[in-house]
Design a protein around this ligand. Structure first.
Ligand SMILES: Cc1ncc(COP(=O)(O)O)c(C=O)c1O
Length: 514
């Protein structure tokens, strides 16, 4: 009778029993719908708690119905009384049951009975219901790039050349030095000694003189774009975006519902003047002046001045992404575009992903004076700050001179690999590829001479051990060039690898022409 009352009505009761018995791997030991499995890794108390909570949610135990006493249930189930007591305590603390001294335990009256639901599968949507922002942010066609950056893609630096032993030693030292005061919330701007190291580095290598309160440490350049988009853009705002351009920045701006205006790139870099007056009305421009990604040119002085003049005319911001300016082979690193900024419009973005390693997830922004406090405040509300240990380790790495030495070593390693790659392409690939060699960075542009599908060629080339992606991916509009970006960062045996890759391209071309 008690069970019938518990299950709501007679029909349901028998249906309920049938389902339980057919499902049960473990004997039904109590009047309560509690099954315990002694071979399970979950403790008996957790199992009792879980079974009763589920029965309350499913409506098998109706509000107000009485539960057996702890003694009764412990003897029915053959478990210690303390175990049942602890389960009841937890159920009471979470509001499933009420325990009144002297009158036992009952299912809480406050829980709304659910329809009898044993055996009914929860409804599943095939597609999650996303916001417009979420749909844009998680766009799979853009995510391809992130996957490849992580492994064989053209974004990966030569990680086996990183001085891991030094890093390990410095990281251990930072842990030893931690005091309780370091464990609290720090400033959202980032670890002060690291900001001051970055300020020194920028003065030496980019001829930028910035006070360290204008430097904001971020979780890689990607967070800088996101922060910039949230802070400075309203839905529908125009952005002059290099065409072709970097997918990471593009995704962050699209997710903010910005209107991307493709700004053509030629051998002098991004060309703002070629746009119509209407196209030029934008809130922001995104550019990679030291080394245009992906085509490779350096933004000329005339174009730099034209860009800043435009920004002043329309009262816009300029995002300068300097992600790999260290790897310049034709001389010293170049001064930043930000050095020419007289009206506080350039936001300089730096990353340690290419110089050190991407998993570090540290980068920085240099923001104009009037934006510094706002940017820090916004960062604070997004994810508060970057982890202290990584920042402290990086600061020590810079302070002890390892950073500067690593840059020199990597530049020389990449210079050798670059020369070897160019030679190998010249020797083996003239019939299928025209090569463009930028002055900076770790990738080359291999223009395909025949009309073959860039994705297929890139996949075939990658299978030969040469990191490659089709250039077409980086265009907002129809691609102007059928080319591959090929990275030499991890190319240790260029001659053999390029020869193999060229063979694969020739095979594809022949198959197509048959
Ligand atoms: C154009 C460009 N900007 C920035 C980055 C670095 O991004 P992050 O610091 O988020 O790793 C990369 C890395 O591949 C890049 O190609």
């Amino acid at each position: 009778l008690w069970l019938e009352k518990m299950a709501g009505c007679k029909g349901h009761f028998w249906q309920f029993c049938g389902t339980i018995f057919s499902m049960a791997k473990v004997a039904w030991r109590s009047e309560l719908p509690v099954r315990i499995d002694r071979s399970s890794e979950r403790s008996l108390g957790r199992q009792i708690y879980g079974e009763i909570a589920q029965a309350v949610l499913d409506g098998q135990l109706l509000p107000g119905s009485r539960l057996p006493s702890e003694r009764q249930l412990s003897s029915d189930l053959g478990v210690a009384r303390n175990t049942v007591n602890a389960a009841y305590d937890q159920l009471a603390a979470e509001g499933y049951i009420e325990r009144v001294i002297g009158s036992g335990s009952r299912v809480s009256k406050a829980v709304r009975p659910q329809p009898f639901s044993i055996g009914r599968l929860p409804q599943r949507r095939s597609e999650p219901r996303l916001s417009r922002r979420g749909a844009s942010l998680s766009d799979a066609t853009l995510a391809i790039d992130t996957d490849e950056n992580a492994s064989e893609g053209i974004g990966a630096p030569a990680l086996d050349a990183f001085p891991l032993a030094v890093w390990r030693r410095l990281a251990a030292k930072q842990i030893d030095r931690l005091t309780p005061a370091d464990l609290g919330y720090g400033t959202a701007r980032g670890y002060a000694p690291l900001r001051s190291m970055i300020a020194d580095y920028l003065a030496r290598t980019r001829r930028m003189n910035v006070a360290s309160h204008r430097i904001l440490i971020v979780a890689g350049a990607q967070q800088a774009y996101d922060l910039i988009a949230r802070l400075l853009l309203d839905p529908g705002d125009g952005i002059l975006f290099e065409e072709p351009g970097y997918l990471g920045a593009r995704a962050a701006f699209l997710a903010a519902d910005a209107r991307l205006v493709p700004a053509p790139v030629d051998h002098e870099g991004m060309d703002v003047r070629s746009l119509t007056l209407k196209q030029r009305t934008a809130r922001l421009a995104y550019t990679t002046p030291a080394h245009q990604f992906p085509l490779g040119p350096t933004l000329t002085l005339a174009r730099r001045l034209a860009l800043l003049e435009w920004a002043e005319d329309v009262n816009a911001w300029v995002v300068e992404d300097d992600y790999d300016g260290e790897f310049r082979y034709a001389g010293n690193t170049l001064s930043a575009l930000a050095c020419l900024d007289r009206s506080g419009r350039v936001i300089y973005v730096g990353s340690f992903s290419k110089i050190l390693f991407p998993a570090l997830r540290l980068g920085f922004m240099v923001v104009p004076e009037n934006l510094a406090a706002r940017a820090a405040s916004a960062r604070g509300f997004i994810d508060r700050q970057s982890p202290v240990l990584e920042q402290a380790t990086l600061a020590a790495f810079m302070e002890e001179g390892h950073f500067a030495r690593h840059v020199v070593r990597m530049r020389s390693l990449y210079a050798q690999r670059r020369t070897a790659a160019i030679r190998a392409f010249e020797r083996h690939a003239r019939s299928v590829i025209d090569l463009t060699v930028p002055e900076t960075g770790v990738h080359l542009i291999a223009r395909l001479r025949t009309k073959v599908d860039g994705e297929a060629v890139a996949a075939a080339v990658r299978a030969c051990g040469l990191a490659a992606v089709p250039l077409a991916r980086y265009y907002l509009g129809p691609p102007r060039l059928n080319a591959l970006l090929v990275s030499f960062a991890n190319l240790s045996n260029a001659d053999v690898t390029v020869r193999r890759a060229v063979k694969a391209i020739e095979n594809l071309t022949m198959r197509r022409s048959r």
